[in-house]
Design a binder for this molecule. Structure first.
Ligand SMILES: Cc1cc2nc3c(=O)[nH]c(=O)nc-3n(C[C@H](O)[C@H](O)[C@H](O)COP(=O)(O)OP(=O)(O)OC[C@H]3O[C@@H](n4cnc5c(N)ncnc54)[C@H](O)[C@@H]3O)c2cc1C
Length: 463
């Protein structure tokens, strides 16, 4: 990844708005730019748009939406912003938190109304740290559906997404970005642009950067999109951009092993627990799934067993991943805890003793507060490990998603969205509030795309 001065020979192609990356942030940016009257081109390194977005559950938090009102949920941006900051212990920029919290609802409604994305709000379980039920998802509760519907919307708007094009070099003229060189199957191509949106996510797929910034999770299973190699941060460093919270990331401590299938954290929030290979609890699971990765990896063998029951399995079954895990034989079941201990290879009687020590209501000795129905037969168990999902640090941005320089002023025509920009998950692994990833992808995608298009229009009028 390089930054070079503008070449003397003309570009092969010129576009007003160029977007690097066709995940949620890139495609939402493209829709927003086109909606604002901009002519837009998206370049994507993969043969088909997918990204981390397609690997996700596609759940996006938003406050004060009509979907919530229809479900009788009262919520607002102030509450939402407070939850984000509480999870990250106030380490985020308040301005960025407010920007995301305020714009999430309108963004979801815009996607639903303008492009017919059939969102609904998850009403049958709570995500840790969210004081209201505010996760919005598509019918299959899968990121694959989100990507496919965004791609179909781009196609319907006549937006070109050129795949098999990896952006390698940015061209600059002072602080202005003038174009990009992409590697294509036919060789290098140079595309000039008036504005550039970086929507190429973070650096989870770059082993060297993970070792440099996130050594504590370096050895974990990588569960994100391989194509996310940290290009935005590398270009940003070369351009003199300000990067923030590069040690922040989302982990997950509930990935079925050896099947490598995500098990929804609803199995925990609904009353399930995690035990080590001795059948003993080892942490307060209610803290969240991101920090669960390190908690699980610290156990013998880097694994744990997540224990829940058939009632909880019925809730989890709304997720395709959970159904896939059942089909793959990852979920073990039994009518008795003793038999489940045997099936899982845990010491005899261990599960009965551990579950017997959980109070009906109130805090246990570890500090977790229980209150729901106790686990009841038939019981379920799944062997899990900890994984790295995606990084949360990135380029600092202004309220219109313009990239900020180390000197504090902004690049005039460079924007960042989604995982390319700094997130709102604090400085480590425990600040990630469920949904922070797609929140930044769709909200900043809309803001960046709209701002980029408006700038090209403004410059045409000024010329
Ligand atoms: C298993 C899993 C589950 C998750 N579940 C959730 C969830 O339920 N809710 C939530 O909010 N978040 C979730 N996340 C996080 C969420 O998926 C991401 O935060 C979000 O998808 C980021 O969107 P993006 O558009 O920035 O990146 P991506 O979707 O990764 O898109 C970036 C695109 O840029 C392309 N690209 C990269 N570099 C270049 C280049 N140089 N040139 C051209 N193209 C390039 C990539 O190939 C990729 O297609 C999950 C993540 C994982 C891995």
């Amino acid at each position: 990844m390089r930054v070079h001065p503008t070449p003397e020979s003309p570009f092969d192609l010129d576009v007003p708005v160029l977007i690097v990356g066709a995940g949620a942030s890139g495609m939402v940016a493209a829709l927003a730019a086109a909606d604002a009257g901009g002519e837009v081109l998206v370049v994507e390194t993969d043969p088909m748009p997918s990204g981390s977005t397609a690997l996700s559950a596609g759940l996006i938090p938003a406050a004060g939406t009509r979907f919530q009102r229809d479900a009788g949920i009262s919520d607002d941006a102030t509450l939402f912003a407070g939850d984000i900051q509480a999870k990250a212990k106030g380490e985020n920029s308040q301005a960025l938190v407010d920007l995301l919290a305020r714009n999430a609802g309108p963004t979801i409604e815009w996607l639903a109304d303008r492009f017919d994305l059939p969102f609904s709000v998850v009403t049958n379980f709570d995500y840790p740290g969210h004081s209201r039920r505010r996760m919005h998802g598509l019918p299959s509760r899968s990121g694959r559906e989100l990507v496919d519907r965004l791609r179909a919307s781009c196609e319907a708007q006549g937006i070109d997404i050129i795949c098999n094009r990896r952006a390698e070099t940015l061209f600059r003229d002072g602080n202005r970005i003038t174009g990009v060189e992409v590697e294509s199957p036919e060789g290098p191509e140079r595309i000039g642009c008036e504005t550039l949106v970086l929507a190429c996510n973070g650096f989870g797929g770059n082993r060297e950067m993970v070792a440099r910034f996130l050594p504590e999770i370096e050895g974990a299973l990588w569960f994100g999109h391989d194509g996310n190699r940290g290009d935005a941060v590398v270009w940003g460093e070369a351009l003199g951009a300000d990067c923030q919270h590069l040690r922040a990331y989302q982990g997950h401590g509930n990935v079925a092993t050896p099947h490598s299938i995500l098990i929804t954290w609803a199995v925990i929030t609904e009353g399930g627990v995690q035990v080590d290979v001795h059948g003993r609890r080892f942490w307060d699971e209610s803290q969240g799934y991101s920090e669960a990765a390190r908690a699980v990896l610290a156990q013998p063998g880097g694994v744990a067993w997540t224990i829940f029951d058939a009632r909880i399995a019925a809730v989890a079954r709304q997720f395709q991943d959970f159904k896939d895990a059942e089909a793959a034989g990852a979920i073990r079941t039994s009518d008795t805890l003793d038999e489940l201990s045997t099936i899982c290879g845990l010491p005899a009687g261990a599960l009965a003793e551990t579950l017997g020590a959980i109070p009906q209501a109130g805090a246990d000795s570890i500090g977790r507060v229980f209150g729901g129905p106790p686990l009841a037969p038939p019981y379920c168990a799944v062997k899990v490990t900890g994984a790295l999902f995606h990084t949360q640090g990135g380029l600092s941005i202004s309220s219109d998603a313009r990239v900020i320089r180390k000197s504090g002023d902004v690049f005039p025509n460079l924007f960042a969205a989604g995982g390319a920009a700094v997130g709102v998950s604090g400085s480590g692994d425990s600040g990630y509030l469920s949904g922070n990833g797609l929140l930044a992808a769709v909200v900043l995608g809309l803001i960046a795309g709209r701002s980029a298009a408006q700038q090209t229009t403004r410059e045409q009028l000024d010329a």
